[in-house]
Write a protein that binds this ligand. Sequence first.
Ligand SMILES: Cc1cc2nc3c(=O)[nH]c(=O)nc-3n(C[C@H](O)[C@H](O)[C@H](O)COP(=O)(O)OP(=O)(O)OC[C@H]3O[C@@H](n4cnc5c(N)ncnc54)[C@H](O)[C@@H]3O)c2cc1C
Length: 388
Amino acid sequence: MFQAGLPHSSSQPRVAIIGAGIIGLSLAFELAFRRGTWVTLYDTRRCGRGASWAAAGMIAPAFEAAAETGVHPRLFDLCLESARLWPAFSADIERVSGLPSGFEPAPALAVAMDAAEAAHLAAISKVLTARGVAHRALGAREVAGLEPALSGEVLGGLELETDTRVDNRRTVTALLAALAANPRVSFVSGPAPLKARGGRVVLEGQDVVVAAAGWETTVIKVEEQGGFHSLVTWDTALDAIDCHAGQMLSVAAGEGAPQRVLRAGHVYLVPRDGQVVIGATMETGRVIDTPEAEVIEALRAEGVKLCPALAGAPVTERWAGVRPGTPDHAPFIGETAAPGLYVAAGHYRNGILLAPVTAQIIADQILGQAAGALAAAFTPRRACSATA
Ligand SMILES: Cc1cc2nc3c(=O)[nH]c(=O)nc-3n(C[C@H](O)[C@H](O)[C@H](O)COP(=O)(O)OP(=O)(O)OC[C@H]3O[C@@H](n4cnc5c(N)ncnc54)[C@H](O)[C@@H]3O)c2cc1C
């Protein structure tokens, strides 16, 4: 645990993190508070206001990864491991910052409104049963008993004990507060002045560089002989990081609003701070920061179909964000082909969920501690094919 006022020790590397979203902030937290390392965070915009602010905050290993086809074969393991780390991670953030982390360990409810959704829930249940992961299959009546807000058209559901939620905006706010008060951590507003030197990407005064700029990781600039190139020049694997826009809204949580995370197909409802978040679109290849009125209205209508009590609820906010993806929908975590340059990006729909495990893996690798076989499976140098 961190002790204030310690001078920099030459046995500890100085780490530069490019991007202060939940991934960069969680890594800085892990390094500065849990490992006693000196960290500098660079961000070209307002820290924590990228995808990590836009997210719904579902911690959903079972729904997102148990029965997804064509994804990285160990994505579910990574998601389960990170979900397991969340309670201690959130407790540490709260203790250090004195602020709520927003973590809520209440189980999510996934429901089916048609045969295809019922088949998907059955596939999830089969995997969870085979893996011994706690969950409960429910008939229509049991679902209605647990969550009366739901539509009468619900056919049945699954209560997922592994799938919880966090108010990601609170987490980001608490992480920023904790890091700002730590003398080992510096924030720099603007791009990191990276330079190419002898096949390496270097940053003056730093020993290690971690690229954690979400969907913009590929376009981080490096200066070479007066010109600028993107990071991809030093590791072509990074070129696989792509973008998936998402639009969402929230409505006021009046009488009859859902009390827990509800999922049906691609639609979800997340109670948060007196509101209900309704999400979300998946718009592959798009970068948008302004929500579109007709898209938001269509999403609102889908939310109301799932939960009719939301019909007259006033809209409180509309927004859009961009998820960073990879072809196998799993993050790149680890050292790149350029020695000393690490990447932690491409977390797709699961960056909030995967923040604690990503931070642990990168910190272990930077500090020369055994990170294990699961960690190694997410190297950016893996064969990563587009099958999903
Ligand atoms: C609508 C939506 C809903 C989502 N819901 C969930 C959910 O329920 N659960 C879940 O787990 N995940 C969810 N996600 C995914 C999750 O939000 C992302 O995977 C995660 O936030 C990625 O975090 P990040 O830190 O990599 O990126 P970001 O939060 O985008 O942070 C990247 C940072 O890098 C900075 N940056 C960019 N370029 C540079 C540069 N050149 N130099 C310095 N800084 C730079 C940016 O300004 C930004 O602050 C959702 C995403 C969206 C869009």
